[in-house]
Ligand binder design. Sequence first.
Ligand SMILES: Cc1ncc(COP(=O)(O)O)c(C=O)c1O
Length: 359
Amino acid sequence: MINVTKPFLPEMEEYIEYVKSIWERNWLTNNGPLVNDLELKLKDYLELDHLLFLGNGTIALQIAIKALKLKGEIITTPFSYVATTSSIVWEGCKPVFADIDPKTLCIDPAKIEERINKNTCAILGTHVYGNPCDVVAIEKIAAKHNLKVIYDAAHAFGVKYKGRSIFEYGDISTASFHSTKLFHTIEGGAVITKDHDLLRTMARMRNFGHNSPDTFEGVGINGKNSEFHAAMGLVNMKHIASIMKSRKDQALAYDKCLANLKVTRPVILKGAEWNYSYYPIIFESEEILLKSLYELNGNWIYPRRYFYPSLSSLNYVDKYEVPFSEDISKRVMCLPMYHTLKEEDIYFISRLLLRVQNN
Ligand SMILES: Cc1ncc(COP(=O)(O)O)c(C=O)c1O
């Protein structure tokens, strides 16, 4: 069976070494030494000023919204994972959808401007499949209208724009280190900011609002992550170069095998160094997508309709016109990609897709 993804697992012994050290210290969670070490190594690798390791990418979004004290309407993308929208609603704000650019699949800056009114407090864009939003245009709009910017960078580990980590953009960027992601800590996430005050606020928020063992400042939640999760991150960091290389090799192999398939692919923002974290293809119609899915599933291959459905169809949001998101979400599919996927698997998947097209 070939699934859309398979979590990277290092040799068990590498992980056990860290587990032994956790046993020796008897320090399992609450900002332990492995969590600190992982934060330092991630900041170093990604060349960031500040990063806080959290329980997951959803709590990262919730903490980001809370730390910026957002109230009112947040302009966001309907083409993302549900956590992007649900976090806005969870934090008592209103998601206002602006449609995507059909080429990049990221939120379209021109559509953002159309949605701004006196209740707008922020923009929340997703770097879809790791492809950066038009961060320069969004920064300009935010400065003009005095809006905060959050980027859901769940897919964007290792992505750079104009030589800098994409995590550096916006007031806050959030990451997911879920098992299905390029870099993972089993469950995990992070908030990244350049603002020292925001960092301190978010550090308190992730730890119930404590600013010392006996004192609290502001509302908090349990957003922490454990030593066991940090240990997985520390081991996986050692393999990140080979994980990233295998994704790129696989993407190039798909490109070659699928050259004659009538699908479109997202256009990567100029100036970006992409991480090849997913291999999305956009079919000419939902009908061909469904036929292709049926054929692949019949051969024990399970790609994913991702993102599907468009978040504009959620039953707890107001309706906005977002035709590109609604159309593309019906026609897009992510093909299998993970470190142990073999070249012959890619040939096989590609042959099946071409067979559906040519029959
Ligand atoms: C775009 C996007 N945002 C947020 C999340 C939520 O991250 P997590 O699963 O770590 O909570 C995901 C997870 O798949 C995602 O793809």
